[in-house]
Design a protein around this ligand. Structure first.
Ligand code: MRU
Length: 352
């Protein structure tokens, strides 16, 4: 089952509501662009490649819902949908990347009239989703070469099938290693405050039959120092041209502890997550989410913090490139100097 798919009958965007996992596996049907944007914002769907696909399907949906009879009017409706979708979450570049790609297709098809534009957008959104699965499988093979039989790995957030259209990025590498018969054990960072590790990664690993244990985020340093960890694997929401990585909050501290203990720190990300327009991580916008996500942790149904407490809730952080051992992409495993290897990888992917 894919995390997200297109329902041509209704028409609608269908996706697994990740807010309900692991208790309940429920598919929701989104029939308007506002509903798609709200699902992204509220994290019913999350993970950089998955929200890229959601934006693409949302844009194609806007084409279906528009009553425009001229191509100019249709492009106006599509533009306002793109503005709404683009504003839903700021850090993962896949969202803007997917919209740019679909807007390019709409422009290229405009001479054939509104119906052709509408059809081409659905085809392109489907193609983008199919490609995501293939790319993840290729990354899985490229990255699995870095994993040895018997390895214990630390994984942060959720980068599996749920964070993508299917299969996953960093978790996809772990899956491939497992499918190749390598015995791997995963220490799953619970990933405060939204608990993507404890709720989603654990649920996926359970499904794939991969042995794991959940650890609190602040236990990772202890395990990295113990000499038992072969590698840390994370995904990315945006990689700047110099190799700085924006990923789920806590990634930077994990990279520091890995570096201090000579444990390889691997980032697994498709080339659609690489943003060559930004020279470094300093320019990457960091989403700050509602403090309630931090404060509403309860003990016996009561909030753990005093009711007047304030909180800060940055959803991502930046790991500087010197702490990143390698970046696994669909075109290969990249090593420093990233300014050169990332540019080459993006151009190679564009040629394919
Ligand atoms: O806030 P989220 O859950 O959308 O954050 C997701 C992450 O940080 C993932 O590590 C990243 O998107 C890569 S997932 C393939």
């Amino acid at each position: 089952m894919r995390t997200i798919s297109w329902d041509s009958e209704t028409p609608a965007v269908r996706l697994i509501d990740q807010r309900l996992l692991p208790e309940k596996l429920e598919i929701i049907s989104l029939r308007t662009v506002d509903e798609v944007a709200a699902a992204i914002r509220q994290m019913a769907i999350r993970g950089a490649p998955a929200i890229g696909a959601a934006a693409a399907y949302g844009y194609a949906l806007a084409g279906q819902l528009s009553l425009a009879t001229t191509v100019e009017a249709l492009l106006d409706d599509l533009e306002s949908a793109a503005v709404t979708l683009r504003a839903s979450r700021p850090t993962a570049v896949n969202l803007a990347w997917a919209l740019d790609r679909l807007q390019g297709v709409a422009q290229a098809a405009r001479k054939h009239g509104p119906e052709a534009v509408r059809e081409r957008l659905i085809e392109e959104a489907q193609r983008l989703a199919d490609e995501d699965v293939e790319i993840n499988q290729r990354m899985g093979c490229n990255g699995a070469a870095l994993i040895n039989d018997g390895d214990t790995l630390i994984h942060h957030c959720n980068t599996g099938a749920l964070a993508t259209v299917d299969y996953g990025t960093a978790l996809g590498v772990i899956r491939t290693a497992h499918e190749q018969g390598k015995r791997v054990h995963v220490l799953v960072d619970e990933t405060r405050p939204r608990l993507q590790g404890a709720r989603l990664t654990a649920w996926e690993l359970e499904t794939y039959g991969i042995p794991y244990e959940i650890i609190t985020d602040n236990a990772a340093g202890h395990f990295l120092r113990s000499g038992q960890i072969a590698a840390v694997l994370v995904g990315a929401d945006r990689v700047a041209a110099n190799g700085d990585v924006a990923n789920k909050i806590g990634t930077y501290m994990l990279a520091l502890a890995a570096g201090d203990n000579d444990v390889p720190f691997y980032c697994v990300a498709p080339t659609s997550t690489i943003d060559l327009n930004l020279p470094s991580g300093k320019q990457i916008p960091i989403e700050e989410r509602d403090p309630s996500e931090v404060l509403e942790l309860t003990r016996r149904g009561k909030p753990i913090a005093p009711s007047s407490s304030k909180a800060r809730n940055p959803a991502f952080d930046i790991t500087p490139h010197h702490l990143v051992t390698a970046i696994v992409t669909e075109v290969g495993v990249l090593y420093p100097p990233y300014t050169e290897t990332l540019t080459r990888a993006v151009h190679e992917a564009q040629r394919k």
